[in-house]
Design a protein around this ligand. Structure first.
Ligand code: 2HA
Ligand code: ZN
Length: 287
């Protein structure tokens, strides 16, 4: 007698033995979708796995062909990353993680990668792998190996500001700092504004990596936002704070205009109270 096939059998099988590296990326993907930041295949996530996590999950890994990276990242040689897949929907990560997410290993020279897990039945890491890896290289060095997470997404209010206003790094950062008290405490180094560059290009990878030498968050004009942090919660929290402040700004404008906002003196008080050092080239001297 033939055993009938059960729809969704693969999904059921997968959940009986789940790699431990998936918990945080499943939650973060769900949160990004719930926030309205991740329409269709928008947004991507990468996490540099610790040697302990890699070691604990080697039983799940396979080997595959090495693939050339768009831009080499020598300081990431030997690192292993959990990365969302190109064309995949973040809202589906929790249903089928092994399809929508993968694990990649960078070769020792930082020139190629190979897939160790995921992207089933066939696929590849996000089209924004270049910016992600460029930022990982910079933030790994700047944070003494502490920062491991990068998130890019299409948060609507911050993108709307790049349509509505003439922005640069100073104008955007001051706008956010002054509209909501949390901002100067959460991102005292400011938000980098990167004028339009093609998604997935070497140019956007290089510009974003350069920007994150000084800051942990950058806005891509007409497109979205990218942030780095020690873990996915930290990167998510940065984006959430920037996006919330942008939303407050948009609401204030809709309610008649920004009549009152934090002064530079009040921002200085906040910085002193919470022991953060704001970028002085942005905070400036007056008003
Ligand atoms: O992954 O967000 O920037 C789709 C994108 C490209
Ligand atoms: Zn994007």
């Amino acid at each position: 007698m033939n055993v009938p096939r059960i729809a969704g059998h693969d999904a059921i099988k997968m959940t009986t033995s789940t790699p431990t590296f998936l918990h945080d990326i499943v939650k973060t993907s769900r949160d990004m979708w719930s926030k309205g930041w991740a329409e269709a295949n928008a947004g991507n996530i990468s996490l540099r796995l610790t040697p302990e996590i890699v070691e604990a999950n080697t039983a799940f890994f396979r080997t595959s062909e090495w693939v050339a990276l768009q831009r080499s990242v020598p300081s990431l040689g030997g690192e292993v990353f959990l990365v969302t897949g190109t064309g995949r929907y973040l809202r589906n990560v929790e249903l089928f993680p092994e399809k929508n997410v993968g694990v990649i290993e960078i070769d020792d020279a930082g020139k190629t990668y190979r897939v160790l897990w995921g992207y089933k039945p066939a696929g590849a890491p996000t089209s924004e792998l270049g910016p992600h890896l460029g930022v990982h290289a910079v933030r790994k060095a700047k944070s003494d190996n502490a920062e491991r997470a990068v998130i890019h997404t299409h948060a609507p209010n911050i993108v709307a500001l790049s349509n509505a206003l003439d922005l640069d790094t100073r104008i955007l950062t001051r706008l956010l700092w002054r509209i909501h008290a949390e901002c100067i405490v959460v991102f005292p180094e400011g938000v980098e504004f990167i004028p339009w560059l093609l998604p997935g290009s070497v140019d956007i990878a290089e510009a974003t990596a350069r920007a994150l030498e000084k800051r942990r968050v950058a806005v891509w004009q007409f497109h979205g936002i990218l942030a780095a942090g020690r873990n996915l919660d930290a990167a998510f929290g940065l984006i959430d704070t920037v996006e919330k402040a942008a939303a407050i700004y948009v609401r204030a404008v809709a309610a008649g205009g920004v009549k009152n906002q934090l002064s530079v003196a009040q921002l200085r008080d906040l910085a002193a109270r919470f022991h953060v050092q704001p970028d002085e080239t942005i905070l400036g001297e007056s008003t």
